[in-house]
Design a protein around this ligand. Structure first.
Ligand SMILES: *Cc1c(COP(=O)(O)O)cnc(C)c1O
Length: 466
């Protein structure tokens, strides 16, 4: 007889599992039926959490129900079908179940020898993504916690490439300030990344954007001027699918410049990079194959739960040059063990989420979702002007910026009112000096009926304010 199991063991046959399934059914219902806004005010949520007595445990099922209730009432339903803000997806079933499997088996992916199946599955998915991106055979990469970690990794690769002794001496190896070049419309995680790398905010050179795309004439001039002034350009990071307007920087022109200056060329395609999966949309991602490294988030348009990004690397040995350390306490591996090619050490099996999606619904599943999102964006672009709204951006991707053309009402005021009503949610961004409302399509659950709710809400808010 085994000794009695501690109470926190998973109990797959018991009430807990049934309770968990009931909760999932509730979530599925909420994603399409519940209001987007939190039910409680921040004060109510804060009070409800503060009132919980952490010295009195209640058991798994009660704790699960209690937590679910807090989230249901306290959180914005950003994964819901009527959330048109940012790039938060609804997490897909296969990915959720994969994530649960990873949590339950909890393999350690730091070294190949401890989890060969899990490590090789991740490598297989990464190799598949590299092929889809058009990178030459031999390319590699790894899963990350998200786009920010992937972008931070690209900067490490760039610094290492720019100076062979950067890994030893850090920035002291450089004769001038190491600089990276991104568009003014890029994702400003770059600022945090430059600070963490010890370069500081000023290392991030924000190149002006024309209609949301990096001005490559200005970029070329700036690199030359900075070189003359004694600075050390190390990387151009183009954005494919800007956060505010869904625009794509001129990838080929950026690649050419990076080649001429022999610096690292990174493509931050955290959201729109998902499209590489779909061969029929090749034209939209042209130029991405020129990259030395690419960031793609699986937790955005690829619809897996949060905490799943990727970096694809043209020459993956550069990653071990950046992150490699030798320790006596780690088992010997194949020289490409995740703990020496990535910034993490203990590693969760992040890649299982995308692997499960590819095995369960595959490329055709994603194609259907993209088709729907592009069609819905088309419908929105057609219906908005008919209803007296003016489209303000030019992206071919499903991100739409617009303003009130009827009463010229303030976009922020409209967004605030929409949020207060709580049925739909969208963003507000500044674009080309204009304050715009921003709607994007990221949830695979969104349908034409949700678009109609959005239009109806917009109209009611406008009539109320006018
Ligand atoms: C979301 C995003 C990021 C940041 O990625 P996280 O996954 O949120 O860390 C960086 N760049 C772009 C273009 C993004 O859309």
């Amino acid at each position: 007889m085994r000794p009695t199991q501690p109470e926190f063991m998973l109990n797959p046959n018991g009430k807990e599992m049934q309770g968990a399934i009931k909760l999932l059914e509730q979530v599925r219902h909420d994603l399409t039926m519940a209001p987007i806004a939190p039910v409680w005010s921040l004060e109510q949520t804060s009070a409800a959490i503060a009132a919980i007595d952490l010295s009195k445990p209640v058991g798994t099922l009660a704790a699960l129900n209690e937590t679910s209730r807090l989230m249901q009432n306290g959180d914005l339903l950003s994964a819901g079908s009527k959330c048109f803000g940012y790039f938060n997806p609804t997490a897909a079933g296969p990915a959720i179940f994969g994530d649960l499997l990873a949590a339950a088996r909890n393999p350690q992916l730091a070294v190949l020898s401890h989890a060969p199946a899990s490590v090789l599955i991740e490598r297989r998915v990464i190799a598949f993504m590299c092929t889809q991106a058009g990178l030459a055979p031999g390319a590699g990469g790894h899963f990350t916690s998200g786009g920010s970690e992937a972008n931070a990794t690209s900067l490490q690769l760039a610094l290492n490439q720019a100076h062979p002794s950067f890994d030893q001496q850090g920035v002291a190896a450089f004769s001038g300030r190491p600089l990276l070049y991104v568009s003014a419309d890029s994702h400003l995680a770059w600022i945090k990344i430059a600070r963490s790398a010890g370069l500081g905010t000023d290392a991030v050179q924000l190149v002006p954007a024309l209609k949301g795309q990096m001005d490559t004439t200005a970029l070329a001039a700036r690199i030359i001027a900075d070189r003359k002034a004694g600075d050390c350009p190390v990387m151009i990071a183009a954005t494919m699918g800007t956060t505010n307007a869904g625009e794509i920087d001129p990838l080929l022109a950026c690649a050419k410049l990076a080649g001429e200056h022999e610096i690292h060329f990174h493509v931050d395609a955290a959201w729109a990079g998902a499209l590489i999966i779909d061969p029929s949309r090749r034209a939209l991602v042209r130029g991405i194959e020129q990259a030395d490294s690419i960031t793609i988030d699986a937790h955005k348009w690829l619809s897996v739960p949060m905490g799943a990004g990727m970096i694809l690397i043209k020459e993956p040995t550069k990653a071990s040059a950046s992150f490699g350390v030798a320790t006596g306490y780690m088992p010997a591996g194949d020289g490409q063990d995740p703990y020496i090619t990535t910034t993490q050490w203990s590693r969760r099996f992040i890649g299982i989420r995308l692997w499960m999606m590819l095995r369960a619904v595959g490329v055709t599943g994603y194609q259907k979702m993209f088709d729907r999102h592009f069609a819905l964006a088309e419908a929105l672009r057609e219906k908005l002007p008919q209803a007296g709204w003016k489209i303000q951006n030019y992206s071919a991707l499903p991100v739409i910026l617009f303003t009130d053309d009827q009463f010229k009402l303030d976009s922020q005021q409209i967004a605030d009112q929409l949020e207060a009503r709580g049925r739909v949610w969208l963003g507000r961004v500044d674009y080309g000096g204009v304050s715009c409302l921003r709607a994007c399509l990221t949830s695979y659950l969104t349908e034409l009926a949700d678009i109609d709710v959005l239009l109806a809400e917009l109209d009611e808010v406008r009539q109320g304010l006018a």
